[in-house]
Design a protein around this ligand. Structure first.
Ligand SMILES: Cc1cc2ncn([C@H]3O[C@H](COP(=O)(O)O)[C@@H](O)[C@H]3O)c2cc1C
Ligand SMILES: O=C(O)c1cccnc1
Length: 343
């Protein structure tokens, strides 16, 4: 279990915030955010956030062959190549905001061995199982995927990361991610299903049926969070869970993205209660399952832009807000220091 963020630092940060040369409460959520950064860093004022790193976990999903996405599975491998080339949506945002990007092929159903070796060095399998028909993974693969994600986080922390973001790439992945949320919160398919890349009414019906069949197939196995990953998740989602678990254990804060990141944070919280305290929510996705999971974790997203891209984009877009919060609590004078001494 992760140790909680420092309450001593949070108290001292709240005191510093209350004394700033601004009207009480005028910094709104930026003030709260600055206090949170202090508490996860254990430092007042908080340190400027250097080493902000995004790891994108890529993989294919058997359900993508069953009409649950508006796009074909071949997009997954093409987008992995695009991340490596620096030309995806999240690359543009990451360059604008000084965020380092790394992509890992955990379970893409394609041969990407021509890409730099580190991309596919820990590939678990080619595609995860179609969860309405079969388990996503063999239990040994779940363990391996969790370990790959943990290792990625440890490597980033060892290289100096002070804030970690996770990204996703995989056509069809909003289906297993919604299944993780349904399993974690005891909800039905209809309550968690969303349009993902933009399926039409017929697609939404198919996706709901796939989700309902998957949840029925998993049955009581959904009561156990690791079994849930095996039955209803995927290798790339399990790796993301491992990444979030390791970040919290290392005491490194996490900025969450959309549905996949938040479904994995919910899974991580089920495995190791307290993980969510190390997370802040970057944005609200239109996917209902993301809002349901955020509410359960007690997280209120910073941005609400109608963004439904994934890749870590909503987290990267929120990085300037975290940096703004830190700058305010570090650099603004104390009101008492501006006033002439009395007496
Ligand atoms: C060109 C393109 C780039 C993307 N980047 C992220 N996603 C996002 O959309 C997919 C999930 O939605 P669904 O479950 O409906 O397939 C994932 O690949 C996710 O990363 C993309 C999707 C497309 C088509
Ligand atoms: O919530 C997300 O991050 C999301 C939604 C739709 C498609 N891809 C990602």
């Amino acid at each position: 279990m992760p140790t909680p963020p420092s309450t001593t630092a949070a108290r001292a940060a709240a005191e510093r915030l209350a004394g700033l040369a601004v009207p009480a409460g005028a910094l709104g959520r930026l003030g709260e955010l600055a206090v949170w950064v202090s508490s996860v860093q254990g430092e007042v004022p908080p340190r400027p956030l250097e080493g902000v790193r995004l790891v994108i976990f890529a993989g294919d999903h058997g359900v993508a062959g069953h009409g649950v996405s508006a796009y074909p599975p071949a997009i997954t491998a093409a987008m992995v190549r695009t991340f490596v080339a620096g030309r995806a949506g999240v690359n543009a945002l990451a360059r604008a905001h000084g965020v380092g990007v790394r992509v890992l092929d955990v379970a893409v159903d394609a041969d990407l061995s021509d890409l730099p070796a580190e991309v596919g060095a820990h590939k678990v399998r080619r595609g995860s199982g179609a969860i309405h028909l079969e388990d996503a993974l063999h239990p040994v693969e779940t363990t391996r995927a969790l370990e790959i994600g943990r290792r990625a986080a440890h490597e980033e922390v060892a290289a100096g990361a002070q804030l970690l973001l996770s990204g996703d790439m995989g056509i069809g992945n909003t289906t297993p991610a919604a299944a993780l949320v349904a399993a974690g919160l005891g909800l039905d398919a209809e309550e968690v299903v969303g349009r993902g890349t933009g399926v039409d009414a017929e697609g939404l019906r198919r996706k709901t049926a796939v989700l309902a069949a998957a949840l029925a197939r998993a049955g009581r196995r959904a009561d156990d969070p690791v079994e849930t990953l095996t039955a209803l998740g995927s290798a790339d989602l399990a790796a993301t869970v491992g990444y979030l678990l390791a970040a919290a254990e290392a005491g490194v804060p996490v900025l969450l993205d959309g549905l996949m990141a938040v479904a994995c944070a919910l899974s991580a919280e089920r495995i190791a209660p307290g993980t969510g305290a190390w997370c802040v929510a970057g944005h609200r996705s239109p996917e209902p399952a993301q809002s349901l999971a955020l509410a359960h974790l007690g997280l209120e997203p910073l941005l609400d832009l109608g963004l439904r891209l994934g890749e870590g984009s909503g987290a990267v877009a929120a990085v300037p807000l975290l940096r703004s919060a830190v700058a305010l609590l570090r650099d603004v004078a104390q009101l008492d220091d501006l006033l002439p001494d009395e007496g």
